[in-house]
Design a protein around this ligand. Structure first.
Ligand SMILES: C[S@@+](CC[C@H](N)C(=O)[O-])C[C@H]1O[C@@H](n2cnc3c(N)ncnc32)[C@H](O)[C@@H]1O
Length: 190
């Protein structure tokens, strides 16, 4: 047995949570790796909502999904994840099984476009309303970039304040790695 690396652990949580026909959210599409991962888990009978504020990210994600025949089960939305609820189809309200957010900037693109504490917290709050009981939200927290420390601290303060009767909050990360390693926060709705 080996301890799972951060992204592998995030994916294993999604695999355990999602099955064919489920509704899922990727709050930060980037180049679409996670969007495709979710789309494959939910299949053509499920649905994935993917958000990004960069047009290139939406275009790259669309291309990746099309290449793997997984575009049919996705809605790609060029808007902030803070406005998530506005874009969820009526039939899918409170029916979401899982969501993932990779915080920070998209490697290889404009490093000044980063997730922001207020928007991240607004979107987690919104998604917590939208997920089903037993549903899961996974945040992969990158925090080595300018603004990353502030976002990390704000997000931790917010999730630590959630009532344990409503949400189980987990933190997973390696504590002896150099260079501000990313870590995971997983929120399970009760
Ligand atoms: C770490 S990257 C995501 C990587 C992605 N999961 C992948 O597989 O390639 C973070 C992404 O969040 C996006 N982003 C930043 N602020 C956002 C917001 N308010 N709403 C939605 N996306 C946002 C950035 O444009 C960037 O593409």
């Amino acid at each position: 047995m080996t301890l799972l690396r951060i992204l592998d652990y995030a994916h294993s949580l999604m695999e355990d949570s999602l099955t064919e026909g489920d509704i899922a959210v990727d709050g930060t599409c980037g180049n679409g790796h996670d969007t495709l991962f979710l789309a494959n888990l939910v299949g053509e009978t499920g649905h994935v909502y993917g958000f990004d504020i960069q047009p290139d990210a939406i275009a790259n994600t669309k291309a990746r999904l099309e290449e793997h025949d997984a575009y049919v089960q996705t809605s790609l939305i060029h808007d902030s994840h803070a406005n998530l609820s506005e874009h969820i189809h009526n039939d899918h309200h409170n029916q979401i099984q899982a969501g993932i957010f990779n915080l920070g900037y998209l490697p290889g693109s404009d490093k000044s476009v980063v997730t922001k504490p207020e928007e991240t917290i607004a979107s987690i709050e919104s998604l917590l309303h939208q997920v089903k009981k037993g549903g899961l939200i996974v945040l992969v927290v990158y925090h080595g970039h300018p603004g990353g420390k502030e976002e990390k601290e704000a997000v931790l303060r917010y999730v630590e304040s959630l009532d344990q009767k409503n949400v189980r909050a987990l933190q997973y990360g390696f504590i002896n790695q150099k260079n501000t390693p990313p870590f995971i926060i997983a929120l399970e709705k009760q």
